[in-house]
Structure formats: C-alpha cells, structure tokens
Design a protein around this ligand. Structure first.
Ligand SMILES: NC(=O)c1ccc[n+]([C@@H]2O[C@H](COP(=O)([O-])OP(=O)(O)OC[C@H]3O[C@@H](n4cnc5c(N)ncnc54)[C@H](OP(=O)(O)O)[C@@H]3O)[C@@H](O)[C@H]2O)c1
Length: 286
C-alpha cells in the first residue's frame, strides 16, 4: 500500500515519514511538491502517484499569529482542506485529516465527545472547524477526522523542547495552571493515522495520550524527567500562573480534554498510553 502524506517537515508529517515500510510505503509531499491551495495542482500531483489514501498532516498551526494572519490561516486550514476533499472525491481516495481540540470553547467541564457542538474561540480553531465541515460535507463516507491536542515530537518546535531550552537558561518560570488538556506524542499519533489509513476508518475520532494535565503539570513533569535523564543539570523554580497573567493574541479553551472512547473500536490494536509514559519515551528519543 502507498500512503501519501501532505506535509513533510511538520512534527506529525516527520513522524509519519519514519513509519514507511515495504508493505506500507509512505510518501510525504511538502509545500514544494504539492500546492494544496490549488485544486488543479492537487489533482495533477495525486494522479502521478498510485495511491488510494491520503493523510493530511499539513496545517497553519501558529495559533496566535493566525489572529492577525487570518487569510493565510483560512487558506491552509479551510480552502486547502476543501480542495483536498474535492480531489479525493474526484479520484475516489480515502482522506485521513487531523484536527484540533481548539474547535471547542472549553466550557463543557467534562471530556468532549466527537459529536459535541463545536464553538471555536479563535481564528485557528475556526479555520480548522471549517476544514472539518468541508470534509464531512464532501466525503462523509470516505474520510476520517482525528482531533488531537498538545502535540509534541523530537522533531520540530513544541512545548517540551521550548521548556527544556528555557529551563536550561532561566532561574524561574511561570507556567499556566488553569488550562487543562492532554499532551500527545506525535510518534504514537502517527501510528493512529496509519491505522486509520490502512483500515479506511471513517468518522470523527478523538486521539490524545491518556490522562489530563495543566501546562504547569506538564512543565513540572518535563523538568523531573529531564533531570532524571541528565538532559538538565539542576531544577529551577516553576510557578503556576493564571491565563490572565500571560495574555496572548488568541484565546484558548480552558478545558479541552477529548473523550477517546470511540478509539478503542476504531484502533483496537493501539491502546491508550499515559502522557507521562509517552513523555518519558520522547525524552529517551531526544
Ligand atoms: N501542534 C499541536 O499542538 C497541535 C494540536 C492539535 C492539533 N494539531 C493538528 O495536528 C496536525 C499536525 O500538526 P503539527 O504539530 O505536525 O504541525 P507543524 O509541525 O506546525 O507542521 C505543519 C505542517 O503543515 C505544512 N504547511 C504549513 N503551511 C503550509 C502551506 N502554506 N502549504 C503547504 N503546507 C503547509 C508544513 O509543510 P512543510 O512540511 O512543507 O513545511 C508542515 O508539514 C495539524 O492538523 C494540526 O492542526 C496540532
């Protein structure tokens, strides 16, 4: 089987590229190889490759920048996704697409189910929500949307790597303790995407690592494990702070834990693993 991944240098795209095997060849197409803003270009490129499944790992992911760069965010997260869905419809391809916890407003107070109402707070979430809607309108029976959250990898920029840098250079950090979610190691998320592609899973599913955390909890765990592994020499002071003490251009959901119940049926071979275990695995791979 040949699986085409849209995206190449991103965290998830890179983890997907590492899973290529003889049986399941994975070909990642970066922005220089496919212009996802043009449906014509997508069709021309996809026709060159013998495949029947696409994983879209590309997105405009700069959450704060999206607030002042609305057109680009919508181009990549909505228009390009609609183009991909239309191309998949025309070529009879199955589409696996990745979305986000930021489609929710964070007010529910208990884990979000895949069919809960969406109500994004910012441009990034709204543009991703519109992308989801395009897929479910165009190819509801030939698509799988996997919503995830707080993604990190050894590759690319993310919270874990930023924390390690800051912890090595600052005496003290204030980290937000009133936003609750679930971290997700992209290496395992990539396996979920491959399973969705191979088995042509359909519908909306939620996937994150198991357990919940605040950004503060996550930072404390990063420091503990980094010291244990010799990645940091000594601990620094980490203080819990409230969201209003760290204003950002984009508002974020205060609670965005995703209910993953549907995954035990959709991906029975991939059990949920606690985020702290996954963080430990990622740090071993750093
Ligand atoms: N990061 C998170 O915390 C998080 C949380 C929830 C959901 N998600 C979702 O998970 C998925 C993967 O995220 P990620 O963390 O791997 O993202 P990432 O590291 O920011 O990578 C973004 C990817 O999108 C591609 N891309 C960006 N702009 C493009 C453009 N103009 N034209 C073509 N390609 C473009 C990049 O292409 P190149 O390879 O060519 O550079 C790259 O492969 C996304 O759908 C994201 O919305 C992420």
């Amino acid at each position: 089987m040949k699986i085409i991944v849209i995206g190449k240098s991103g965290q998830l795209a890179w983890e997907l590229s590492q899973l290529s095997t003889k049986e399941n060849e994975i070909l990642c197409l970066g922005r220089n190889e496919i212009n996802i803003v043009s449906k014509h270009a997508i069709l021309t490129t996809l026709k060159k490759h013998q495949t029947d499944v696409i994983i879209n790992a590309s997105a405009y992911t700069a959450v704060d920048q999206a607030e002042s760069d609305k057109d680009n965010a919508y181009n990549i997260n909505t228009t390009a996704v609609q183009n991909l869905a239309e191309a998949c419809q025309e070529l009879s391809l199955h589409l696996v697409h990745i979305s986000t916890d930021f489609v929710f407003d964070g007010q529910k107070g208990s884990p979000y189910l895949p069919n809960d109402n969406i109500d994004p707070l910012g441009v990034y979430g709204a543009s991703k929500a519109k992308g989801e809607q395009a897929i479910t309108n165009i190819i509801p029976n030939n698509s799988c949307i996997i919503r995830t959250s707080w993604v990190y990898s050894t590759h690319g920029n993310n919270f874990v790597k930023t924390m390690l840098k800051l912890m090595a250079s600052k005496p003290e950090l204030g980290i937000i303790s009133d936003q609750i979610g679930s971290p997700t190691y992209a290496k395992y998320l990539a396996k979920v995407c491959i399973s969705a592609a191979i088995n042509k899973v359909i519908g909306i599913h939620h996937w994150t690592d198991a357990g919940v955390a605040s950004w503060y909890d996550f930072a404390v765990a990063i420091q503990e494990l980094a010291i244990e592994k010799g990645l940091l020499e000594k601990p620094i002071v980490i203080k819990p702070i409230r969201t209003q003490e760290y204003p950002t251009p984009a508002e974020r959901p205060s609670y965005s834990v995703l209910d993953k119940t549907s995954c035990s049926e959709a991906f029975p071979e991939l059990p949920l693993i606690h985020w702290r275990t996954q963080l430990n695995n990622m740090m071993d791979n750093l």
